[in-house]
Design a protein around this ligand. Structure first.
Ligand SMILES: Cc1cc2nc3c(=O)[nH]c(=O)nc-3n(C[C@H](O)[C@H](O)[C@H](O)COP(=O)(O)OP(=O)(O)OC[C@H]3O[C@@H](n4cnc5c(N)ncnc54)[C@H](O)[C@@H]3O)c2cc1C
Length: 288
């Protein structure tokens, strides 16, 4: 059964300060509403408990994508279309462009936001693996001030986050890669488009003198939250492009995952396919 719209109270704050005052005045009462593409699905199914919403969409402070020193700063209201079409995102973060293109169809890309994708905290969301691979940082804001959290420490468990009831995600800061880089993004779904990921893997590698000087691998759909593949990363770090320990990395990757059986795929499928995707990524890496 659908929810009743007349039961809902939707406020449109005129400024970020006003929005934060409402959140801190009644913590846990107001649910931030960005594009609404996740919230409306739950509402339509009659499963949304919240009835009081804070519409963020008019807050200029949360919009835009800007160069900021060594980072690109994404306002939490940046949509998938903003990301997909931004010149600097293409230049520095091709995985984020691919993640945005892989998300829903155009209507969802026009409304859905990066902040919403992060805070909805689906283990199968498409931008988190890329944000993990690029070492993103979140800027959280409340009436108490601003603080930064490394994105790979933000998700604490299934739908649990380092985010207080009076806080909003304000910006997502992503350091621009320097030197020789390798970028990889692969989403495996039932179809090429309009499918939820069964497995998702994004990687970024910095190559110095033919060796893997720095690398991060982000995984989706194989754990209660998006996760770094820290064991696979450790097996590969410092290794030469001409002698990548593919079997050791694939084996190590098993310890990075805790997949489940669900309607989209079995746990076994997820483990094997993630290992295969890693193998594919390493073959591409060896040929750069
Ligand atoms: C048909 C369809 C297809 C989809 N396909 C995909 C897909 O392929 N891949 C994918 O990853 N997702 C997909 N989604 C899910 C959804 O579009 C994304 O997760 C989107 O990024 C959510 O953003 P939003 O702005 O619409 O979030 P909302 O629905 O407005 O909010 C989602 C959650 O985030 C919270 N929130 C939003 N912004 C903030 C903020 N700044 N600070 C704190 N909390 C905040 C809200 O309170 C809510 O809990 C799909 C959804 C639909 C309906």
């Amino acid at each position: 059964m659908r929810g009743y719209l007349s039961d809902c109270d939707i406020r449109v704050p005129g400024s970020l300060t006003e929005a934060l005052a409402m959140l801190s005045g009644e913590p846990g009462v107001w649910t931030p509403f960005a594009g609404g593409t996740d919230l409306m699905v739950v509402y339509n199914a009659g499963r949304l408990k919240a009835t009081r919403f804070l519409d963020l969409s008019g807050l200029a402070e949360l919009r835009g994508i800007q160069e900021e020193g060594a980072c690109l700063a994404f306002g939490s209201l940046a949509t998938f279309s903003d990301i997909r079409d931004h010149r600097a995102v293409h230049q520095h973060f091709p995985n984020l462009v691919k993640s945005a293109r892989a998300t829903g169809a155009l209507a969802i890309q026009n409304r859905g936001t990066l902040g919403g994708n992060i805070v909805n905290a689906s283990p199968a969301a498409d931008t988190p693996p890329s944000l993990l691979a690029y070492g993103a940082e979140l800027e959280l804001v409340s009436s108490r001030g601003r603080r930064r959290v490394a994105y790979d420490h933000f998700h604490l468990g299934y739908k649990q986050m380092d985010l207080a009831a009076d806080e909003l995600v304000a910006r997502i800061l992503v350091p621009k890669p320097e030197g020789r880089s390798f970028h990889y993004f692969r989403k495996v779904g039932t179809r090429q488009a309009q499918a939820i990921a069964k497995v998702c893997l994004a990687a970024h590698v910095r190559i110095v003198d033919g060796n893997l000087a720095e690398l991060r691998i982000g995984l989706g759909s194989v754990a209660p939250a998006p996760v770094r593949a820290r064991n696979a990363e450790a097996a590969l770090l410092g290794k030469s492009l001409t002698d990548l320990p593919v079997l050791a990395a694939r084996a190590a990757l098993l310890a990075d995952m805790s997949p489940i059986d669900d309607i989209r795929a079995s746990a076994h499928y997820r483990s094997v396919v993630t290992q295969n995707v890693l193998g594919h990524m390493l073959r591409e890496l060896a040929n750069v």
